[in-house]
Design a protein around this ligand. Structure first.
Ligand SMILES: Cc1cc2nc3c(=O)[nH]c(=O)nc-3n(C[C@H](O)[C@H](O)[C@H](O)COP(=O)(O)O)c2cc1C
Length: 290
């Protein structure tokens, strides 16, 4: 049978999964108040037959948002909502990971608390980039992003801590794993890519420096979940829409991924690629060449 392997069990880190179907994270924009509820319980519960569900990207803080109606994981109410979702998946014998998200510059003052500027590695607007906002007449739609401000060096530990707190809440809600979102032009991807990261401090410049923040986040989240229950998603393709082609060497994102993969404790690429051009990288695997 052509798909025999697809339906055989395997492990992801320390998680046993009964088949190799991994449901990709899919933003749905169905939580107007950012709190998952009955609709999300039904939606994810219906998909519990997957080996692993990776949830829609979930904002780690109010400033992490760039898309209205997406869920969060920074309040008690959101945590309780997610607990209901996890219970619905577990009740049907499934497993679910929470994807942790900060959009960085792919946002607008309209979506940010107190109308503040979105944050980014550097104060560079994403040319052609769109976020999702609610207009004054109550309708919602895509809208060009605004110019971000560059994060101060001493602000970065606070965002690392936001990821840590989000992971703590995810664990309390019962998620089987968490995935750090570092693909699709979100904040951590912006740090990895040369087109968006023009910093001169220890978070910019060399490959090691550009990967520093994403890896600090991975470390913080692994402290909460253990290495074998944490993944990172990074983008191996170069995106002209989200990154400024004129400023970015084509090495920007690709080599960012290489820096993540080269790190001891992270898996070799052939064991890491769970899907497509955007790789999901489970952190707790031994390297194949170790
Ligand atoms: C509507 C929609 C929403 C998506 N939301 C997310 C998301 O929340 N997080 C994420 O990492 N990827 C997201 N993606 C990307 C998908 O997970 C997936 O990578 C893509 O649809 C399949 O392409 P690929 O096989 O080339 O990766 C989204 C894609 C679509 C079409």
């Amino acid at each position: 049978m052509a798909y025999e392997t697809l339906f055989t069990p395997t492990t992801l880190g320390s998680l046993n999964i009964p088949n190799r179907v991994i449901m990709a994270p899919l933003t749905r924009s169905r939580t107007p108040d950012s709190v998952p509820g009955k609709m999300q319980e039904a939606y994810y519960g219906q998909r519990a037959g997957a080996g692993l569900i990776i949830s829609e990207a979930t904002n780690i803080s109010p400033t992490a948002r760039g898309y209205v109606y997406t869920p969060g994981i920074w309040t008690d109410e959101q945590e309780a909502g997610w607990k209901g979702v996890v219970n619905a998946v577990h009740a049907k014998g499934g497993r679910i990971a929470l994807q942790l998200w900060h959009v960085g510059r792919v946002s607008h003052e309209m979506v940010q608390p107190n109308g503040q500027q979105p944050v980014a590695p550097s104060a560079l607007k994403g040319e052609g980039a769109q976020c999702f906002v609610e207009f004054e007449d109550g309708t919602a739609g895509q809208h060009p992003t605004s110019t971000p401000r560059a994060l101060e060096t001493d602000e970065i530990p606070g965002i690392v801590d936001d990821y840590r707190q989000a992971a703590i809440r995810a664990k309390r809600a019962g998620f089987d794993m968490v995935e750090v979102h570092a693909a699709n032009a979100c904040l951590l991807n912006q740090f990895l890519a040369t087109g968006t990261n023009q910093r001169t401090d220890q978070y910019g410049g060399s490959l090691e420096n550009r990967a520093r923040f994403p890896l600090e986040v991975v470390d913080a989240v692994m402290e909460v979940y253990g290495a074998e229950r944490v993944g990172i998603r990074y983008d191996a393709v170069y995106r002209a829409v989200w990154f400024d082609r004129r400023r970015s060497g084509s090495d920007g994102v690709l080599h960012g991924g290489a820096a993540l993969q080269a790190r001891p404790g992270l898996p070799a690429p052939e064991r890491a690629e769970l899907g497509g051009r955007r790789h999901h990288l489970p952190c707790g695997f031994p390297r194949a060449d170790a």
